[in-house]
Write a new protein. Structure first.
Length: 297
């Protein structure tokens, strides 16, 4: 194993220990709490009929709309009773191996800071709204909760094989931007990157631009992804059991040996092996995407 695999490129801040956990969650002021409430209210206008049932149920069970930024201790107590997970505060960026280690122990590392009014509509770094509102409700689903733990375990194996990029693509196209076909007919979003913002929640399930393709792990792990714009392609699962089977029960050791070190497919590509739900027009992307006047259609 090359030495550099376990060398974090990030410098650990003096106030955090080896586990990178913040000693305590940030204390939020009343404006921070109002920002949470406004973000929450905006998403709730959009998500019914677009978010996965499991996500909406999770939101309700955890009472994330009780008012203000949730307190991680109380949140962890509720979550722990449901699936044995907890939510722990960390600095904005933590090393991959620490992130995997927390997931493997059913701890979800969440950022502390909350966006401001100036960055209300779009922030590139995940804040506490993205991490808690976007990710934590899905952890109330027992199968998804197990998937996340297995993902953490898989992280260590991917590092050993130097295939973190491929595993990162799997996280991207499932945990962050995954869609599910509920009851074989209703397309819904379960990815946190989709559910924590207003535009992609509509775009991902309704727009004509993006491709929607049934999840194929080998294919996804060879597919590039964009981090600063709406996705040209979404991958769809049949159910969370389907996601678990296709990933956790897959022989990753063999797969990693066959995977090239860099991505093979562009993020807008549709290829022969794809089980396609729909081929997108890519109109949004072709008109210039974010930063242009292209509408997310
Ligand atoms: Fe995220």
């Amino acid at each position: 194993m090359p030495d550099d695999v376990f060398t974090a490129p990030l410098k650990r801040p003096a106030h955090v220990g080896e586990d990178w956990l913040e000693p305590k969650q940030t204390e939020y002021d009343s404006e921070d709490d109002r920002i949470w409430d406004d973000l929450f209210a905006r998403q709730m206008e959009i998500l019914p009929g677009r978010a996965a049932t499991a996500f909406l149920e999770g939101l309700e069970r955890l009472d994330l709309g009780a008012g203000g930024v949730p307190e991680f201790g109380e949140l962890s107590e509720s979550l722990n009773k449901l699936t044995g997970w907890s939510v722990v505060p960390v600095p904005m960026l933590i090393p991959d191996h620490i992130f995997f280690w927390h997931l493997a122990n059913r701890r979800f590392p969440a950022g502390n800071f909350i966006r401001t009014r100036e960055t209300f509509d779009y922030i590139q770094e995940p804040d506490v709204f993205h991490d808690v509102f976007g990710h934590v409700p899905m952890l109330t689903n027992p199968v998804f909760a197990d998937y996340m733990q297995e993902y953490g375990r898989a992280g260590w194996r991917a590092m050993k094989h130097n295939r973190l990029k491929a595993l990162g693509a799997l996280y991207w196209y499932t945990v962050e931007f995954g869609l599910i076909m509920e009851g074989g007919k209703d397309l819904r979003a379960y990815g946190a990157g989709i559910l924590s913002g207003p535009t992609e929640a509509v775009f991902s399930v309704e727009a004509k631009s993006p491709n929607r393709i049934m999840l194929n792990v080998d294919r996804v792990m060879r597919t590039d992804y964009v981090i600063s714009d709406l996705q040209p392609t979404y991958f769809v699962i049949e159910s969370f059991e389907d996601l678990y089977r296709k990933t956790v029960e897959r022989d990753f050791e063999t797969l990693y040996q066959k995977l090239p070190p860099s991505f093979t497919y562009a993020n807008s590509a549709v290829i022969d092996v794809d089980n396609v739900v729909n081929v997108g027009t890519q109109e949004y992307l072709l008109r210039g995407g974010r930063g242009s006047s292209a509408r997310p259609v």
